[in-house]
Design a binder for this molecule. Structure first.
Ligand code: NAP
Length: 348
């Protein structure tokens, strides 16, 4: 798997607010009450253009897709426009949480993804969330599996739902429809369930991973994954800077928020030291811990910069690695409105 991929979630039409639902639904789709939602005009073009630039202009090869991003047909158009052969591209996609999980629904979702992406295989398929319903959303997705049917408290069983979903993933892998399988937003308890069930282990776990959440959960998760040969992959590696602010502290107290992680004084000073950009310092810090990442970008220069940390590498010293790891942590107490903090997200 190429270590740096292109994130494909959250390509709003024209700087639409982060997480606007559906974020960029060019494809008409049916909502959970059965209403057909038409595509917003012009939507999806950003996705198509980003995929084209990534594959054709800057030579990126991994695409981080998802059923719930509602833009996979645009991804397929971008691939076609790029002229790059499918066999050279590593496509990662995800099932759930906005569509049903459980055995049959997971198999059906995978088949739908193949169609949308116009491919006969997926290189890596992930279970997007350990629960079907995203904590931020109010709707409850339907599932034909009683253990996944959240509207029926008598049959709903989160753990059984996760395991039947995982058994569908193994079936897809055994059938050769997906070449590898993994999970996303799983904590150590969720991973341990699979280990205890003696099932095939996920090859990767994709979670939010950047210096501001490292000591509050990710360092331990990284150790656990390394011990079990599960590759960790960072989402929001640059801190989703168009969406999220980060705490400024003075004498241990939070006194304000930085507009973005790229404005952290330590990151700025290290960018000067290593003669790289702030984003490159963040991505390299992640890479040197053996963690892959998939920064999202619509900007060709940024995409090049992001790939450059591999093709024109530099090394952050051990001391500086520790200084970055010791940055103030962005906890849910600091920003309870951030989507990862809302409700019982079961996050690592
Ligand atoms: N599994 C999950 O549950 C999950 C959750 C969230 C995200 N994801 C995946 O991870 C991807 C990335 O995460 P994210 O979108 O939350 O945030 P992110 O990649 O940390 O941040 C994206 C922002 O960074 C900017 N950026 C990218 N490269 C840059 C550079 N070199 N210099 C300056 N700015 C740069 C982009 O702006 P420009 O367009 O101007 O470059 C964009 O505003 C998503 O697209 C999605 O594929 C997965």
């Amino acid at each position: 798997m190429p270590a740096i991929g292109l994130g494909l979630g959250f390509y709003g039409k024209n700087n639409e607010p982060y997480g606007t639902y559906p974020e960029c639904g060019i494809e008409p789709h049916t909502d959970f009450s059965g209403h057909v939602i038409p595509p917003p005009p012009g939507c999806g073009l950003n996705t198509q253009k980003a995929v084209y630039i990534w594959l054709n202009k800057v030579g990126g090869r991994r695409l981080d897709c998802c059923n719930s991003y509602y833009n996979q047909k645009s991804v397929a158009r971008g691939i076609q426009q790029s002229g790059v052969n499918r066999s050279e591209i590593f496509i990662l996609s995800k099932v759930g949480p906005e569509f049903g999980l459980g055995f049959n629904d997971t198999i059906n979702q995978a088949m739908g993804i193949l169609q949308e992406l116009q491919t006969s295989w997926i290189d890596l398929l992930l279970v997007h969330w350990p629960v079907m319903k995203h904590p931020r959303e109010s709707y409850i997705p339907k599932s034909s599996d009683p253990t996944c049917n959240m509207s029926n408290p008598l049959t709903y069983d989160e753990k059984s739902c996760r395991l039947s979903t995982w058994s569908a993933m193994i079936t897809l892998f055994n059938r050769g429809i997906v070449r590898s399988i993994g999970v996303s937003n799983y904590n150590t308890t969720h991973l341990q369930e699979i280990i205890d069930a003696k099932m095939l282990l996920p090859s990767i776990n994709q979670v939010a991973f950047n210096p501001y959440n490292y000591r509050t959960g990710r360092a331990d998760l990284l150790k656990f994954c390394q011990k079990n040969n599960i590759q960790l992959v960072a989402y929001s590696p640059i801190g989703a800077l168009d969406a999220h602010q980060f705490p400024v502290t003075h004498e241990g107290k939070v006194t304000g928020m930085y507009p973005t992680l790229l404005q952290d004084p330590l990151i700025i000073s290290l960018a000067r030291t290593y003669k790289r950009t702030e984003a490159q310092v963040l991505l390299r810090w992640i890479h040197q811990q053996g963690v892959a990442s998939n920064p999202r970008s619509m900007n060709e220069t940024h995409m090049k910069e992001n790939l450059d940390i591999l093709s024109n590498p530099f090394t952050i010293s051990d001391d500086d690695m520790i200084r970055i790891a010791n940055l103030v942590q962005d906890t849910c107490e600091v920003d309870p409105s951030w989507y990862e903090c809302v409700g019982d997200g079961n996050l690592p």
